[in-house]
Design a protein around this ligand. Structure first.
Ligand SMILES: C[S@@+](CC[C@H](N)C(=O)[O-])C[C@H]1O[C@@H](n2cnc3c(N)ncnc32)[C@H](O)[C@@H]1O
Length: 236
């Protein structure tokens, strides 16, 4: 198996398990309290800030939005509850089950559509989407596969469309090394060589660059304008 296939397989295994039997009650709570959710999402939770800043909530109303790597589908549900026509994709079939339950339990103006599997295998018509978004998604791909996904994003967007990706960026190797040496829940310190190696074998992140410079260069290959907006802490 090539390292790219192995990476994909690790992602599928990891996220099928993580989202299996996922309770949708949290998601339903948030989409029934959108103002409260988006207020906290755009002020305190950095992993939402990037997507929803610059009036994203108004911009997507009635628009066609594709979310790549939708995961637990909270974001897909929020966008659909805001009135967007959402197509959600993930390699994990468990995400499709979440979408099914959400559509059953909430009356979206446009029920969420789910496209299962490695998105590159599922060809949608060109120039279909006003927005393509990904949250903590691209950095799960190897660089050659990321390039194919960005090309696919450019193909799927309408000529005046916009892609928004919210990803971690490592801009300092020193800070990043320090980070790896501090253990966090479920991930041992790099000082602990044996356990760290075991953890790495199942971790669904490929070893690759994801500096802000990388994201800019990667985007410039396919898009007219690329803007990198830094959010979050010093560390990532
Ligand atoms: C870190 S999770 C982020 C999930 C969600 N966007 C969020 O912010 O909670 C990365 C997601 O990308 C998905 N993924 C990884 N490789 C993929 C691929 N080739 N095609 C589609 N989805 C993929 C994983 O299954 C996982 O759900």
């Amino acid at each position: 198996m090539s390292s790219t296939d192995q990476n994909q397989e690790k992602n599928k295994l990891h996220y099928e398990a993580l989202y299996a039997n996922y309770p949708i009650s949290n998601i339903l709570h948030w989409i029934n309290n959108l103002d409260k959710f988006l207020e906290s999402a755009t002020t305190t939770e950095t992993s939402w800030f990037g997507l929803y800043q610059n009036n994203f909530r108004e911009k997507i109303k009635g628009k066609k939005v594709l979310e790549m790597g939708c995961g637990d589908c909270t974001n897909a549900a929020v966008m659909a509850a805001l009135g967007a026509e959402v197509v959600a994709n993930d390699i994990a079939s468990a995400s499709g089950e979440i979408v099914r339950k959400l559509n059953e339990n909430y009356t979206f103006k446009y029920p969420i559509k789910f496209v299962e599997g490695d998105f590159l295998e599922n060809k949608l018509p060109s120039r279909t989407f006003d927005f393509v978004v990904g949250k903590a998604f691209l950095h799960h791909l190897t660089i050659p596969i990321e390039k194919l996904f960005l090309r696919e994003t450019a193909r799927l967007l309408k000529p005046d469309g916009e892609a928004r990706f919210f990803e971690p960026a490592v801009n300092s190797k020193v800070l990043d090394e320090i980070r790896w040496h501090i253990p966090i829940g479920g991930r041992p310190s790099k000082f602990n060589k044996v356990d760290f190696k075991k953890w790495k074998e199942i971790d669904p992140h490929p070893d690759r660059s994801f500096s802000s410079k990388h994201w800019k260069k990667a985007g410039e290959e396919f898009f007219n304008d690329v803007e990198i907006i830094p959010v979050g802490t010093l560390e990532r």
